[in-house]
Design a protein around this ligand. Structure first.
Ligand SMILES: Nc1nc2c(ncn2[C@@H]2O[C@H](COP(=O)(O)OP(=O)(O)O)[C@@H](O)[C@H]2O)c(=O)[nH]1
Ligand SMILES: [Mg+2]
Length: 560
């Protein structure tokens, strides 16, 4: 039920819990979306929240009603008519009312409330002021705090500001206009339209009705009703009054008595403030947010991997594998060649220092403790721009359809500052173990190579012994033969040829092995890079989108 129109309009009362729930929701929206919402609107919303806390903490259950309107409409005259004595100064010379004046009905102390309203002029109306109506009776104004405001169109700016200040705090607005000014743009555009959310606490009064004939009055009344409903305030009845003849003053009094008896106007006004504020803020939030997959996509990971030097590391690992494979399984007579080649992993400082470890093993901690970061070459401009492109694309996709400020936050989240991302990538590479088991075939081939070499050397020695004996013309022992060929000859040539053959096979195996090992290391590195992409880019972007959703939900709850 509206606090103003008993039974005439179905407006449900607003409980304290509901009001505080809405206020809390508005506060949550400011918390989650404060940085991305319009700063001015955020300040206004924060002021509404403060006001709710302050207004609802005031004891006494008063209803604060303001008589507001243009200069000379008769606010002060109506105020006096309602009070029953001349309290406010009425004047033909404008402007008259400089400071608001309050009239308080009933015994309840309104000091705290009036202090909060900063209204110094106070007048107490006791029950005697209402001859027919004892305190507590139906239609009593007991609990009413009526304010006569300075003109909202006053030539004096401090008067206008004072009127605005009070209007922000009162529970019920009584807009007083007259036959000359009822269509005034200021009243309709600046006030009624702007406060259309506050229709349940709005009363429109056409004063000076005594200046109109019956027909004219009906005409003006319906005109004003139409203008008011064009302003967005539907169903507000226009009360025609005359402060001079007292016509309609009782109707206005009854209307105010209804508001006072309902004790709900303050909550209605504050809830309307929350709703209006939440609706304004809601314009800065989208109805939905783009869905962003939890997984970093392939293009982004690929770009990051290139920027992190993954191809360089993989190539080094493959080269290292091949070098070592050849070193261990190659032909022993030419192995020394390998010894003079530089170690590719050592060059990248990704190689373990520990002599007991295999060459391919590296632990994150050794490198980090010694160097802090790898000495991978810095990413090429092409790799850097690929990262920029991939992150921008992700940011654009995630920001699609969001209001500007949110889109900017998403873009910022998608592009962490340069050194931060580069360091994280470097750490990911350094922290990835390149350790792998030494392949079994290296050992087998190595032993076979040694055996074959030993056989060849033995054959050679045998032949040397035989030729020395021949040269010295000493009797030669029988040389065993296999077919027509002597065994020592077979040992020498067989050992050499088989060794070379085995080395060739090992070379082929080493190439495939290197590729496979490279692929496995690449996968490990990519996993680490994917984690970086998720932690540094995808998760921050999703966090912004989550805040966006939370803000929207909170605003919808506040404005519901
Ligand atoms: N005829 C007529 N004159 C009124 C009425 N109400 C106020 N006035 C006159 O209009 C002028 C302005 O009144 P006032 O109450 O000071 O208006 P305010 O500026 O809105 O406070 C005064 O000269 C009043 O006597 C009314 O209902 N009928
Ligand atoms: Mg006045």
């Amino acid at each position: 039920m509206s606090p103003l129109k008993m039974g005439s309009k179905k407006v449900r009362p607003i409980t304290t819990e509901e009001l505080s729930g809405r206020s809390t929701a508005l506060g949550q929206a400011l918390e989650t979306g404060g940085a991305e919402l319009d700063p001015l609107q955020v300040r206004e919303a924060a002021a509404v929240i403060d006001k709710i806390r302050e207004r609802t903490s005031k004891t006494g259950g008063h209803t604060v009603v303001a008589l507001a309107g243009a200069t000379g409409s008769g606010k002060s005259s109506l105020f006096n008519a309602l009070v029953g004595s001349t309290v406010a100064v009425v004047g033909a010379r404008r402007p008259t009312t400089a400071r608001p004046i309050a009239a308080v009905w009933g015994d309840e102390d309104a000091t705290e409330l009036l202090d909060w309203l900063s209204v110094a002029g106070r007048h107490h109306v006791d029950a005697a002021g209402e001859p027919d109506k004892g305190s507590g009776a139906v239609g009593s104004l007991d609990g009413l705090v009526l304010l006569d405001l300075p003109d909202f169109d006053s030539r004096v700016s401090s008067h206008r500001e004072e009127a605005e200040r009070i209007l922000a705090l009162v529970d019920v607005f009584v807009w007083v206009t007259d036959p000359q000014k009822y269509a005034d743009a200021r009243l309709h555009d600046d006030y009624l339209r702007a406060l259309s959310t506050h229709d349940t606490v709005t009363v429109v009064v056409l004063n000076q009705s005594d200046r109109l004939t019956g027909d004219q009055l009906a005409q003006v009344r319906s005109d004003l009703a139409r203008l008011t409903s064009d302003d967005g305030i539907g169903g507000v009845q226009v009360i025609a009054t005359s402060a001079t003849s007292s016509a309609g003053v009782d109707e206005l009094r009854t209307r105010l008595a209804t508001a006072v008896a309902g004790q709900n106007a303050a909550r209605h006004r504050l809830a309307a403030d929350v709703r209006a504020s939440a609706r304004r803020l809601r314009a800065g939030v989208s109805d939905r947010e783009p869905s962003v997959s939890d997984k970093a996509d392939h293009e982004l990971v690929d770009a990051l991997a290139r920027a992190a030097g993954v191809p360089t590391v993989v190539a080094a690992v493959e080269r290292d594998y091949r070098n070592q494979a050849w070193g261990r399984t190659g032909w022993p007579f030419t192995r020394w060649v390998r010894a003079v080649r530089p170690d590719p992993l050592k060059r990248l400082r990704l190689n373990a220092r520990d002599a007991s470890e295999e060459k391919l093993a590296v632990t994150a901690s050794d490198v980090r403790s010694v160097l802090g970061r790898s000495s991978l070459p810095p990413p090429s401009p092409a790799a850097r721009s690929a990262v920029a492109l991939a992150t921008r694309r992700l940011g654009d996709d995630a920001a699609h359809g969001l209001p500007n400020r949110w889109a900017e936050s998403v873009a910022d989240a998608a592009t962490p500052p340069g050194p931060e991302l580069a360091d994280a990538l470097d750490q990911a590479v350094v922290g990835t173990s390149l350790r792998m088991r030494v392949p079994v075939w290296w050992g087998v081939f190595g032993v076979l190579q040694l055996l074959l070499a030993a056989v060849a050397v033995a054959g050679l020695l045998w032949l040397v012994v035989l030729s020395v004996l021949g040269w010295l013309a000493l009797p030669q022992p029988d040389t065993p033969k296999w077919g027509p060929l002597p065994i020592p000859f077979l040992m020498l040539t067989g050992g050499l040829l088989l060794g070379i053959l085995l080395a060739l096979v090992a070379r082929v195996l080493a190439r495939t092995g290197a590729r496979r090992r490279g692929a496995r290391v690449r996968k490990r590195l990519l996993d680490a890079i994917t984690t970086v992409a998720h932690e540094r880019i995808v998760a921050p972007v999703r966090a912004v989108l989550d805040r966006h959703r939370a803000t929207r939900d909170a605003l919808d709850r506040a404005a519901a």
